[in-house]
Structures are given as C-alpha cells and as structure tokens.
Design a protein around this ligand. Structure first.
Ligand SMILES: C[S@@+](CC[C@H](N)C(=O)[O-])C[C@H]1O[C@@H](n2cnc3c(N)ncnc32)[C@H](O)[C@@H]1O
Length: 494
C-alpha cells in the first residue's frame, strides 16, 4: 500500500472499496438474516445521498459531522466553547491534565472545523474529548500488551474513537466491522489521518486469511466478519451502536464476541433504561437487549449508568442514557457455575434487606415491617422520589443486573421489575419489556415471551387503531391496553 497518498487517491480507493462491498452485500442474504434497525433504515437515505455526491472526501466528512448520525456536535460558538470547557473541567476532576497528554491528542484537521475550538494551542471538539475519556477508561481498566495486539470495533461511525485509540496504542491493529455505508466514512477519515499507515480493505473473505498484524487498520463489512472468528482481540469496542440494532442482531454479535472469537476485554457504552412510548416506538421493543445480554463468564470491571462524563449539561442531554461496561473475559479454568450461583444469591439476599423491598413503616414510634399497605413510601422520607439512586457498581441496580446475569431466576427478575417501577415513576423503560419476557421464560406455565405480539390480529388491530386515532386521550387508552397486555397492570398510572 502506498504511503503519503493524495486526498484524491483516498477518495478513489474508498469509493471503489464501497462499490465492491455494496455489491457483495446486496448479492448475499446477510441483510435478510440480519436486518438493519429502525434508525439505520431511515439514515440510509441521507448516507446514500452523501456518498453519491460529487464532493471531496474531506467535504463529505465535514457534512457527515453536521448530522447526528455518528455524533452530536454544534457550530454555535458559545455552546461549543462551554462544552469544551466542561470536558476540560471534567478531566481536571479526574486529575488528568489534558494539555499534558501527547501533542498528537487533538482533534483531527479532517474533522469539521465548525465543531472545533482551540485551547492551549490544541484543536478540540466535544466529540473528540469524549473519545479521549473512553480511551483513558480503557487504559485504566484493561491491561493491554505493550507490543502489537488486535482491537475490534463494531459500528465505529466515522472513526473518531478508532483514531483516538490508535493514537493511544500506536502498535495495535485496529479492525472495524460495520455496514458498507459507514465503512465508507471511517475508511476515508482514518486513511486521511494516518497517511503512513497500512490499510486493508476486505472485499472478499479470503483476504482475512493473512496475518492482521501486517496492518494498522482493517475494514471488514459485517457480512465477512465470520472470517475474524479465528483471531484474538485484546479489546472489543462498541459505543452507541448495539443499542441501535434489532435483538436478533444483538444476539448474533454477543454470541460472536462471547463464543465465536476470542476477546479479552469488552468496552461498551450503550443504551440502558431509556424511557419509551410503547405505541409510537413499538420497534424499540425489539431493540432493547444490548445492555442485558452479557453471559456469566465476564468479570465486570466497571459498570455505571449515566457515567459522570456523559452528563455534560448542554447537547449531551439529546443523547440516549447509556451504560458504560468494561468487562474481562474469564479463562476457561476460572469459570465456576457454583461461585456464580453463590455470588448471585449473596447479592439478592442483601437487596432483599433494602428498604425499597421491605417497605418499613413507623408505628407507635417503632419501626415495623408488617402490614406494608399502600402507603409506602411516606412523604418526607428519602424513599419518596429518591433523587440520588446509586447507578454505580455499589448500587441496587447493578446488584440486580449482576445477580440476574450470574444466575437468573423468576424471583430476581421480579425484583428487578419492581425496582425499575420505582425508578421510572410512571414512565416505562424499554428493558422492562425485555425483563417481562425473561420472566415469562423463567416462569413454568407462563405465556410465551412477547406473546401479546403473537395473538392473531391483536397487534395489527392495535396498529390500525394507532393510525386512525390522533387524539391524546385515545392514545392514552391504547397505551393502557398495551400495558395491561404486557404488565397485567389494571391500575396503570397512564
Ligand atoms: C450512532 S453510530 C455510533 C458511532 C460510534 N460508535 C460512536 O459512538 O460515535 C452507530 C454505529 O453502529 C453501526 N450500525 C448500526 N446498525 C448496524 C448493524 N446492523 N450492523 C453493524 N453496524 C451497525 C452504524 O453504522 C454506526 O457505525
């Protein structure tokens, strides 16, 4: 592969790569077996129009960064300055001097300049600073080798995190698997940024039979990813991506990572506990298992919902609520079903003693646990509208999630559903529907999971009603019906 190639050459190479893989994708039955999620079906119109536009590659990259498809940015001067300053303060709070990092750690000159500001002689964009935080978290929790090793990223967007991780770990071989339309952008962006790097564009499965260590970057369309199964990846990354796939596709990738290939560390930042309207967002009921599909052979190193770095109070509020998970795969010799069962039991026993579960009251100046009644939680108690649920590994949510992951049973899932009801305060989290299905699976004699969708005519009838009805009160009554079907909940608050 030539080094120091021209921008024109990059465009020609990535365009020809894209045309070949698009053709192979269309000729295969991959899209039928693993269909795109609802967002990506609609994103496709915009992506195809931009790919086909007669424009320089750097202009295409600027345009893609004006959209919210791969990241959320703003060209508003005041806002982007405030955002960058917020991230710099966040770094300081972690004891990181961002200006003391390697000078290469600044935003790419191929990123949209309208999203950037200059601080201390470095170019920064909020999205770039976010990737530095993720890279620091990887560095903190994952003992990665000093020499060459493989990183696999599924769904890398335009390649922002890939660029930052490559700057952190220059000897790594960075493999990206993605849909053809997105590989077009990540291949363009990374090739322009690493002009001296060695790039492999995989246009047919046999190209994966050579050693990956010969390359800096390898681009693999998803339909050829099975060719990666024999490889070992020290790190697998997936951010804001599995949560936008259908459940069958999420299961395929989790199986790929957990059973088909060898992965040491998992870095994930994906949707968890986002509220949905089950009428207008019915599709999300089939895209809700990305943060709950970890098997019991991971050691969880870091787990936090809404981590502090995701709480920038400006545009970040437009993003979904995400769970950061850093996990280490256990060796075969370390795996013990008995110790998982024991740990799961310990966690549940401690949660069973917590107030939200026991609902203690005060009677005759004494704490009492009997006659729970409907009055819990009492006003003027911390339990009433808890303003600070612990969303870290020390909290109840993690303990329930972990107890279910290690050894699921219907009691633990029922406890999770009860706790989610407390947190959601009358709205519904998309994972509630996942847990309800899991409860049915774990309860002997219960209806089949997702059975409300399979009742003949029922789903179609509900859909027709939704289309026909526009008034709020009627929509509320449809929601009540859905809730009754799914929750068996007669006195739903909607
Ligand atoms: C919102 S972008 C996130 C990009 C980047 N990871 C980030 O955090 O900014 C979602 C990514 O998932 C990819 N993606 C969506 N559906 C996919 C599917 N069914 N198979 C593989 N990748 C998919 C998209 O192409 C894109 O790269």
């Amino acid at each position: 592969m030539d080094t120091n190639i021209s921008v024109k050459q990059v465009l020609q190479d990535t365009h020809s790569f894209y045309l070949q893989i698009k053709k192979a994708y269309e000729a295969s039955d991959y899209a039928r077996r693993y269909p795109l999620g609802i967002h990506w079906i609609s994103n496709m119109v915009e992506l195809l129009a931009l790919i086909q536009r007669e424009t320089d590659p750097d202009a295409k990259l600027r345009i893609i960064q004006e959209t919210i498809m791969y990241s959320i940015n703003t060209k508003d001067d005041d806002l982007k300055n405030r955002m960058v300053d917020w991230y710099i303060e966040y770094f300081k709070s972690r004891g990181v001097d961002v200006f003391g990092l390697d000078p290469s750690l600044q935003e790419s000159s191929y990123s949209n300049p309208a999203n950037c500001v200059v601080r201390g002689g470095r170019l920064f964009a909020p999205d770039f600073l976010r990737t530095v935080i993720l890279a620091l978290n990887v560095q903190r929790y994952c003992a990665l080798p000093k020499g060459n090793f493989n990183i696999l990223e599924l769904g890398a967007g335009y390649g922002g995190l890939a660029r930052t991780l490559k700057l952190f770990f220059p000897k790594a071989t960075y493999v990206i698997t993605d849909i053809p339309e997105t590989l077009y952008f990540s291949a363009t962006f990374l090739r322009l940024n690493f002009t001296e790097g060695k790039f492999l564009y995989v246009t047919e499965p046999s190209m994966l039979q050579q050693p990956l260590s010969n390359y800096d970057f390898v681009f693999v369309p998803t339909m050829f990813a099975e060719g990666l199964q024999k490889e070992r990846f020290e790190l697998f990354c997936n951010t804001a991506s599995l949560g936008e796939m259908k459940n069958s596709v999420i299961r395929y990738w989790m199986d790929f990572v957990q059973n088909k290939t060898t992965v040491k560390y998992f870095y994930g930042l994906n949707r968890f506990l986002n509220t949905i309207d089950p009428v207008t967002e019915e599709a999300r009921l089939d895209e809700n298992c990305c943060s709950v599909s970890f098997d019991s052979w991971w050691r969880i190193l870091q787990w936090q919902l809404d981590p502090p770095f995701a709480r920038c109070p400006y545009l970040e509020t437009l993003c979904s609520r995400n769970l950061e998970i850093i996990a280490e795969r256990m060796n075969k010799e370390e795996r013990s079903a008995d110790s998982n069962t024991k740990r799961s039991k310990q966690l549940i026993e401690s949660i069973e003693k917590q107030d939200w579960f026991t609902c203690p009251r005060v009677d005759n100046y004494r704490v009492c646990f009997e006659e729970k009644g409907e009055s819990w939680p009492l006003t003027s108690t911390r339990a009433s509208n808890d303003l600070s649920p612990d969303l870290t590994m020390n909290g109840t949510l993690f303990a329930l999630w972990e107890a279910i992951r290690l050894n699921p049973d219907s009691h633990k899932v029922s406890m999770m559903l009860r706790y989610l009801k407390l947190l959601s305060r009358g709205t519904h989290f998309e994972e509630e529907y996942y847990y309800l299905d899991l409860l049915k699976t774990l309860t002997p004699g219960a209806d089949a999971p997702g059975s409300f969708k399979r009742v003949p005519g029922e789903s179609a009838l509900l859909k027709r009603m939704v289309h026909a009805v526009t008034t709020r009160s009627m929509r509320a009554s449809i929601k009540r019906n859905l809730e009754r079907l799914y929750h068996g909940d007669e006195k739903s608050s909607h």
